[in-house]
Design a protein around this ligand. Structure first.
Ligand code: ZN
Length: 443
């Protein structure tokens, strides 16, 4: 894998997707999906506004062309074209002349001194508003009034909500998913990072030479309503899911972390811990809690899909979160690649995991007779976890001994890697070799 080339491709995609206006619905969402279709064959699904999905109703499609605040002389004080965070998401149209005292309750700022524009939405309550920095607020307050306020938005009850889907069938019907959300306008870590990471992860899996062992599904939705909508329309297949990931906030400059599934020790959790261990990275560990992103929907009682997140500057944890400072200075391709390698590693572990049983259950097999005594002391470097910092060289024979010792038919490859402290990759590669020498059979 040419990671530096991939990192440059990610940077280019960040530049293209960043300025696009996105929300729960609308043309910007479709455009974002169409751009991703240049790299992976995503299928676009449209769900009509006004239809019920469990306890929710798909909202009317919202689009916005233009929005500004002008002073009495006609100079623009705020312009949506400069930054799409300036308008509260799902704002109703307005075209009025107002006094500052009338406008101020529709102005949102973080605090007097903040140079960040906050991100605000009003999805399910009819309202309108502008989001501004502390300084912009003062400028509007001091401006020569009355103020002209204009939002050219439309809410279309005949519109629809856009979802992207890519299903990759594997040898087995066992299926896992990676879901991400794309309802946020111009913010890079939340969640262009997750969107782009998921697209390139899918691309790597599409381009594999070896057929996938498990089936994999990639789901691109607006957060919450989109995930609920997808679950409603794919209830049976989603109930059968073995596990999943929600890719969110994975491109910041901070430390890598992961949020556990609601089970905490599910195979998904163990695969993530193994990939961190084998990479020598000690992540921030977040226990499951029913806040956060779409794991709330996927893990809800009717579905209970164990769903985890690998993050790099997790939501709530960085000061630029949900503001205009979550921009392309904060996120870049090489940071996203760091998280992508871990997602890919965890996905590979889940895909390749299987249970073998030794064909020689009574005593050890005689390896020399089978030509399985190569490169003794030749040295594989075995990373055995950053937490205890054990690192040693083990030769192939000792790895084979571990595999054959554990292959009683109850240990899958993940358990073998955990028990032996040998990397999953070596366990998997040498198990496959033993299988080809008829020393292992698949359970
Ligand atoms: Zn968010």
């Amino acid at each position: 894998m040419d990671w530096s080339r991939l990192s440059r491709s990610i940077d280019q995609l960040l530049e293209r997707l960043f300025p696009i206006q996105r929300s729960l619905t609308g043309g910007g969402n479709r455009l974002s999906m169409k751009i991703l279709q240049e790299i992976i064959p995503i299928k676009l699904l449209e769900y009509p506004a006004g239809t019920k999905v469990y306890d929710w109703v798909i909202p009317s499609e919202w689009n916005i062309e233009e929005a500004w605040i002008k002073d009495a002389n006609g100079s623009k004080l705020i312009d949506f074209k400069e930054c799409n965070l300036h308008v509260v998401g799902y704002s109703e149209p307005i075209n009025k002349t107002l006094k500052f005292s009338q406008l101020s309750k529709h102005l949102h700022r973080l605090n007097e001194n903040s140079n960040a524009i906050p991100y605000r939405t009003t999805y399910y309550e009819k309202n309108w508003g502008f989001c501004v920095t502390g300084e912009q607020y003062r400028r509007i307050e001091k401006a020569n009034g009355p103020l002209k306020v204009f939002i050219d938005s439309t809410t279309d009850a005949q519109g629809s909500l856009t979802v992207g889907e890519l299903v990759l069938p594997g040898k087995s019907k066992d299926e896992y998913f990676v879901s991400t959300y794309f309802c946020h306008p111009s913010m890079a870590n939340d969640n262009l990072s997750g969107l782009i990471l998921t697209a390139f992860l899918a691309q790597i899996m599409v381009n594999r030479d070896v057929q996938l062992c498990k089936s994999w599904r990639f789901i691109f939705v607006p957060e919450t309503i989109g995930a609920i909508c997808y679950l409603k329309h794919n209830e049976a297949s989603m109930k059968a899911m073995k596990g999943g990931f929600v890719a969110s906030c994975c491109g910041g400059p901070g430390r890598l972390g992961y949020k556990e599934t609601f089970m905490g020790d599910h195979l998904v959790d163990r695969a993530i811990r193994l990939v961190f261990r084998d990479s020598g990275i000690d992540p921030i560990r977040y226990r499951f809690s029913p806040d956060g992103s779409d794991e709330r929907q996927y893990s809800s009682p009717g579905f209970r899909i164990p769903t985890a997140t690998i993050s790099k500057d997790k939501y709530y944890e960085y000061s630029e979160y949900h503001t205009s400072l979550d921009n392309l200075d904060f996120v870049n391709g090489s940071q996203i690649v760091e998280a992508l390698k871990l997602y890919l590693g965890a996905v590979e572990i889940l895909d390749k995991n299987k249970t073998y049983r030794s064909t020689m259950q009574y005593g050890e097999p005689q390896l020399g007779r089978r030509d399985l005594y190569p490169s003794i002391g030749g040295g594989y470097k075995v990373h055995a976890g950053s937490s205890n910092q054990i690192e040693e060289f083990q030769d192939e024979v000792s790895i084979i001994s571990w595999i054959l010792f554990l292959a009683d038919g109850s240990c899958d490859l993940v358990t073998m890697a955990e028990r032996s402290k040998i990397s999953f990759e070596l366990i998997e590669r040498l198990s496959d070799k033993l299988f080809r020498h008829d020393l292992l059979e698949i359970m």
